[in-house]
Design a protein around this ligand. Structure first.
Ligand code: GTQ
Length: 345
């Protein structure tokens, strides 16, 4: 690849003239915006220990009352992007949110899509467009773009969940904003129960639901059972993995980020394909050794890590006698829609 001219090679008066006209020569920057064969990535392999962050989150419970926080969240920021950018990857934002007994996080809706993966505690719930979604460990709750959501807590111990948003992308595209709302009245009977059994969907009087997001709560008990059933049904299968989908369409549950649950069999080592999207791993149950390129992380329960795209990831179940269950979030739906998705095997 031929070396191109540098900015310093240009006469200063010419560079000044360009600047005055808001012009920039491409050739000194061409190789950095179009690097050979593999993209430049700010996203670094990064790890967040739940044991280390939990006391800091509980301290936030004392330091930041809900009236002053609205959402009491510590953001899991990837140092490769600069912490102030609050990004885990190019398109993904991660936050650990704390709600204490009796607290209330007021209703709002916004353009970024969010999901919550419940990490600890019982008795909290998120109300999504009038649907009350109880939160239990491992449950996935969607709050897609434009839907009202608020969080409440009737239990007696702190509840913590992991927020995954496509905020960095939506912010970058200058489309991120929120609207504050009134406390929602809960509408009974709009629940997800009619979708609980695979292969059938509600079709009253032959008409299928027109709602864009027919399901907003995916209980961990069901997902876990699906993984165990898949593992038993397909003993030869390496990647025991399910994807969270919209059951009306079979498409990804949300537009921009993809969500999956993965089970490692006892003692299993699994090499993931090298693909374009960055991936986030969160340990729901068990323990996993995660190698991301040259980095290695030991994930215990409630720990989280992140891998940049175009990077080899190997997962190793740290237990020889129990499965490991992981929640994954990635940028696949976005890459597919943009036409840049790659799987290099
Ligand atoms: O719970 O609605 O972590 O609006 C960031 C922005 C959580 C939420 C976040 C949000 C929320």
């Amino acid at each position: 690849m031929t070396e191109l001219g540098r900015l310093e090679d240009l006469p200063q008066d010419y560079r000044d003239d360009l600047t005055r006209q808001n012009l920039v020569p491409l050739w000194p920057s061409l190789r950095s915006v179009l690097p050979p064969k593999t993209p430049a990535r700010r996203t670094q392999p990064a790890f967040w220990s739940y044991q280390a962050l939990r006391p800091l989150l509980m301290r936030a419970g004392e330091l930041a009352p809900m009236e002053k926080a609205e959402r009491r969240v510590l953001v899991l920021a990837n140092p490769g992007h600069g912490l102030e950018k609050m990004q885990a990857s190019a398109a993904m934002y991660l936050g650990m949110q704390l709600l204490l007994p009796g607290e209330w996080a007021p209703s709002h809706r916004h353009t970024p899509n969010a999901v919550r993966l419940v990490v600890e505690g019982e008795g909290a719930y998120t109300t999504v467009n009038g649907e009350k979604c109880p939160m239990a460990r491992g449950d996935l709750i969607l709050t897609p773009t434009g839907l009202w959501h608020e969080h409440g807590h009737d239990g007696d111990a702190p509840v913590v969940w992991l927020d995954v948003l496509d905020l960095p992308l939506v912010y970058y595209t200058e489309t991120s904003y929120a609207i504050e709302g009134q406390r929602q009245s809960v509408v009974p009977g709009r629940g997800d129960e009619g979708y609980r059994r695979g292969g059938v969907v509600p079709a009253p009087a032959f008409e299928r639901a027109a709602r864009a997001y027919p399901v907003v709560r995916y209980p961990w008990a069901d997902t876990r059972a699906a993984l165990l059933a898949l593992a038993a049904d397909r003993p030869e299968l390496q990647a025991v993995q399910v994807g969270y989908v919209n059951p009306e369409t079979g498409a990804d549950a949300q537009n921009i980020l993809g969500f999956y649950a993965l089970m490692l069999r006892p003692g299993q080592t699994l090499r993931l394909p090298v693909r374009s999207p960055a991936v986030v791993f969160h340990q729901i149950e068990g323990a996993t050794g995660v190698s991301v390129g040259e980095s290695a992380f030991a994930l215990n329960e409630a720990d989280t890590c992140c891998a940049p795209g175009y990077t080899e990831v190997v997962l190793r179940n740290a237990a020889a006698d129990a499965p490991s269950f992981l929640f994954l979030a990635d940028e696949s739906p976005l890459h597919r829609k943009l036409g840049v998705y790659e799987n290099r095997g």
